[in-house]
Design a protein around this ligand. Structure first.
Ligand code: AMP
Length: 301
């Protein structure tokens, strides 16, 4: 699969089916040894705007069917396609073969395909990849058709959940080193698709609780969150705004410190704010409390 991704990328670049935006990388170590990399790409005008998602207008899917020039492989329920507007080399996506709504929860078929793909590309490339999913108009998503994205993690970059204390294989936890609300669950080495889906539903459950607590006045609060996952853990971050006050769009990658600056000004803002920007577009950090079944109890007769 990895060589098919590489070959397709080279062909699509040569035939101009894909546009690749050059960028520079600025590495930072934030408070408490949390790592961040800001990608500076001043010429990013081609990414489709997510205005259509925001207003709920109908938007045609780019993957019905996928462009042959970007299609890496058709699987049973999904297809592996290249990102047409790449900033990172070999940025690929797993899209459903039938239209499914990006704003609905992922299911076991999605996780089965996503983890098979993740494990396969990691093994074949010897590089570590991150999977991510932007859900809701305020999450950084721009396409309504269900898609999970994948990127090679930069060399020597360690997303903070790698060193979060107490990431367990049951329940979920948060990391006090970062200022925003998020939920991390460990994934077992031999986890089945069902296990992974269950771990996802745990972090999603916490995310929904935060969203409903923070939007009690809203009649129908929209569900906005980012999901990032590796072979070892999965993390969900509830969201309320697509971009910061200074106009920087944040998607799932931003939650692990990989943010994109489209101008010098945005780069300076990112350097100034660090991960505080995620608290601004999400919710403030909250301690993850254990459920306490002892206190719920059943009435015994
Ligand atoms: P998101 O913005 O998180 O919804 O992710 C959508 C991704 O699909 C972005 O990385 C876009 O660059 C990419 N994309 C948009 N249109 C196409 C297309 N026609 N073919 C392939 N990728 C696309």
């Amino acid at each position: 699969m990895y060589s098919a991704i590489q070959n397709k990328f080279a062909e699509a670049l040569a035939s101009k089916a894909l546009s690749f935006t050059p960028s520079t990388e600025i590495r930072k170590t934030l408070d408490n040894s949390v790592e961040a990399i800001y990608t500076h790409a001043p010429s990013l005008s081609q990414k489709p705007s997510n205005a259509a998602l925001k207003t709920g207008e109908s938007q045609p899917s780019p993957w019905l069917p996928p462009d042959e020039a970007l299609l890496v492989k058709k699987l049973e329920h999904h297809s592996v396609v290249l990102n047409k507007f790449a900033v990172a080399k070999y940025h690929f996506l797993l899209v459903t073969n039938e239209f499914k709504d990006q704003s609905l929860p992922l299911g076991e078929l999605d996780f089965e395909a996503a983890f098979n793909l993740l494990r396969e590309v990691n093994r074949e490339s010897g590089k570590r990849h991150i999977g991510f999913f932007n859900c809701g108009s305020q999450s950084g998503a721009s396409v309504k058709h269900r898609h999970i994205q994948f990127m090679t993690l930069p060399d020597n970059f360690h997303p903070f959940p790698d060193t979060t204390p107490e990431v367990k294989l049951e329940g979920c936890t948060g990391d006090k080193r970062v200022p925003f609300s998020h939920f991390i669950a460990g994934i077992a080495k031999d986890a089945s698709a069902e296990d992974v889906t269950f771990r996802y539903s745990e972090v999603l459950g916490r995310t929904l609780t935060t969203i409903s607590k923070e939007n009690q006045e809203a009649q129908r609060p929209e569900i906005n969150y980012n999901l990032v996952f590796t072979e070892e853990w999965i993390m969900a971050t509830p969201r309320k705004h697509e971009s910061s006050e200074s106009g920087i769009s944040i998607n799932a990658l931003g939650t692990i410190g990989l943010a994109l600056a489209k101008s010098d000004e945005q780069l300076h803002k990112l350097e100034e704010q660090g991960l505080e920007i995620i608290a601004e577009v999400g919710y403030p950090f909250e301690e993850v409390t254990e459920y306490a079944p002892d206190h719920v109890g059943f009435t015994r007769y």
